[in-house]
Design a protein around this ligand. Structure first.
Ligand SMILES: Nc1ncnc2c1ncn2[C@@H]1O[C@H](COP(=O)(O)OP(=O)(O)OP(=O)(O)O)[C@@H](O)[C@H]1O
Ligand SMILES: Nc1nc2c(ncn2[C@@H]2O[C@H](COP(=O)(O)O)[C@@H](O)[C@H]2O)c(=O)[nH]1
Length: 206
């Protein structure tokens, strides 16, 4: 049987909803077939963040060169900084049969939707805007001004959730992970069934 190309799984949602927390929990579970695509950003590293682990930290000039050279699958400017996904890594991993996770904001997710229509698009939603604010403040990584800008952006981002294949509420991390794992398993089963039907059909007509 031919090896299936890996899924492109886009996990999006407002800043502070818990995308990173949920993704790290998913990756810590045994027997997963997931790869995380480390993004490029012009944001300065937070305390404890490591270059090439959390992000590839770039200057604005370096980032703009990557855009010019078409090296990004998608990119966006979010609250004053560039963020983008390296194209080559995603293709290499998917060709090797690995499921690749992107953890990105909604403008970038919309670009991926246009370029990779067979991607799996999951919107992670907070239980409420108050919870979102509590989480952003509680993380303690941004100034009050940046938190206010991110919460402002969140209102528009939440309006885009109906464009996704699935909306998963991040009430409890373990519940969100269970839901996401179930969605991915179901997606693989669906694709295997469709692929098998086509192979059978081609064999019959050979
Ligand atoms: N289900 C949850 N319940 C309570 N707190 C949570 C939950 N999920 C995440 N958090 C907390 O919320 C804060 C933000 O989480 P995290 O950094 O994972 O969000 P994010 O969506 O990746 O943010 P960003 O988009 O800015 O990178 C963290 O302090 C995290 O511990
Ligand atoms: N469009 C993209 N958005 C990205 C990418 N990597 C991260 N992000 C999102 O940006 C915001 C802010 O991130 P932070 O680390 O500064 O809190 C958040 O929603 C991230 O998910 C990317 O490659 N492309």
């Amino acid at each position: 049987m031919r090896k299936q190309r890996g899924l492109l799984i886009v996990l999006s949602g407002p800043s502070g909803v818990g995308k990173g927390t949920v993704r790290k929990e998913l990756f810590s579970q045994p027997n997963t077939n997931y790869e995380y695509s480390i993004s490029m950003t012009t944001r300065l590293p937070r305390e404890g963040e490591v270059d090439e682990v959390d992000y590839f930290f770039k200057t604005r000039n370096e980032f703009e060169e990557l855009i010019e050279q078409d090296q990004l699958l998608e990119w966006a400017e979010f609250v004053g900084n560039y963020y983008g996904t390296p194209l080559e890594y995603v293709n290499k991993m998917r060709d090797a049969g690995r499921d690749v996770f992107l953890e990105i904001e909604v403008q970038g997710a919309a670009q991926v939707r246009a370029k990779v229509p067979d991607g799996l698009f999951i919107f992670l939603a907070p239980p409420s805007l108050t919870d979102l604010e509590t989480r952003l403040i509680g993380r303690g990584t941004e100034t009050d001004d940046v938190i206010a800008s991110r919460l402002q952006a969140a209102r528009q981002e939440l309006e885009m959730m109906n464009l996704y294949d699935y909306v998963v509420e991040n009430d409890l991390v373990e519940h969100a992970c269970e839901r996401i794992n179930a969605i991915i398993i179901a997606e693989h089963c669906k694709r295997e069934r469709v692929e098998k039907r086509y192979f059978d059909m081609l064999k019959e007509n050979a």
